[in-house]
Design a protein around this ligand. Structure first.
Ligand SMILES: NC(=O)c1ccc[n+]([C@@H]2O[C@H](COP(=O)([O-])OP(=O)(O)OC[C@H]3O[C@@H](n4cnc5c(N)ncnc54)[C@H](OP(=O)(O)O)[C@@H]3O)[C@@H](O)[C@H]2O)c1
Length: 266
């Protein structure tokens, strides 16, 4: 699929996908083209990656794959203006909240994919949800999975589940940082230096996530393994649950999901 590939936007998200794909050999610098807004960023990216970077969208008729990594406020205007996309072109949007229905109505010629990555893609540990449009094929979907697999894990889901995952994995790094910060604060409260407390909190969340992924065990099973009868961990968990930990997390996810549906309607 990839062939001649164009990134429109190479900021936090587009830049992470671009670097991951080049580093993993999925894309070559000779066949990868990038469009950004500022001349300064264009020069920096050319120097860093050796790809061709411009500030104007080139002739699209010879491009095989386009990754649209623009802000959701910018993407609709640009998609409604572009011309010359051929029927075989694969278009991948990373824009939050823009539906496949809208994407296909603006550029009906293309084969559309809508994706929802999260910020850990920047360190190769992201989770990207992928939903294919009406022209998606198994073969093309596998290749989109490979592209996002270069920067973490990728899962193919329905578009409705992609919206749901936005409230778990999309916003999830935000939740995790709040939990990490709270753990570090607690460490400081009982006398640890802040730097040590932050490192301990981050490494513990990372290690627990890795254990769940590697063992495939249910989180409750892993929790049971660290809670001995009458012990310290169950005393800690009991106090946290009395404070509403579980219901606060559930309510937070529901609030995030409802807000994204509300914004999607606008
Ligand atoms: N960051 C995240 O955590 C995250 C997570 C999931 C999804 N997303 C989605 O990813 C998309 C991009 O977000 P981001 O965080 O990567 O934004 P960003 O860092 O602001 O990057 C936006 C990119 O678009 C370029 N750009 C802006 N206007 C342009 C124009 N008219 N023509 C060509 N290029 C233009 C910018 O160029 P310059 O570099 O020259 O400024 C920049 O490279 C959004 O739709 C967002 O919903 C982001």
């Amino acid at each position: 699929m990839f062939g001649k590939t164009l990134f429109v936007g190479a900021g936090a998200m587009g830049g992470a996908i671009l670097r991951g794909a080049i580093k993993n050999g999925l894309l070559t610098k000779e066949t990868t083209y990038v469009v950004v807004k500022s001349d300064m960023h264009a020069t920096e990216l050319t120097e860093e990656l050796g790809v061709t970077v411009t500030t104007k969208i080139p002739d699209l008729s010879t491009v095989d794959t386009i990754i649209w990594a623009l802000k959701p406020q910018v993407l609709p205007t640009i998609l409604q203006q572009i011309k010359g996309i051929s029927a075989e072109t694969v278009c991948i949007s990373v824009a939050a909240g823009i539906t496949l229905e809208s994407l296909e109505s603006w550029v009906p010629e293309a084969v559309w994919y809508r994706t929802m990555p999260n910020t850990p893609v920047a360190v190769g540990a992201g989770l990207t949800a992928i939903a294919g449009g009406s022209k998606a094929t198994v073969n093309l979907t596998d290749q989109v999975v490979d592209l996002f697999g270069a920067i973490g894990e990728a899962v193919v889901v329905s578009e409705a589940d992609l919206d749901r995952l936005s409230a778990i994995s999309g916003a999830g790094p935000g939740y995790a940082f709040v939990i990490m910060d709270a753990l570090a604060d607690a460490g400081v409260r009982i006398g640890l230096p802040r730097k040590v407390a932050i490192k301990a909190a981050a490494q513990t969340l990372y290690g627990a996530g890795l254990m769940a992924l590697k063992t495939g065990a249910h989180p409750a099973v892993l929790r049971d393994q660290v809670t001995s009868p009458g012990g310290t961990t169950i005393a800690g968990i009991g106090a946290m649950e009395k404070g509403g930990l579980r219901s606060a997390i559930q309510d937070g996810v529901v609030a995030c999901y409802e807000r994204s549906l509300e914004l999607g309607k606008k």
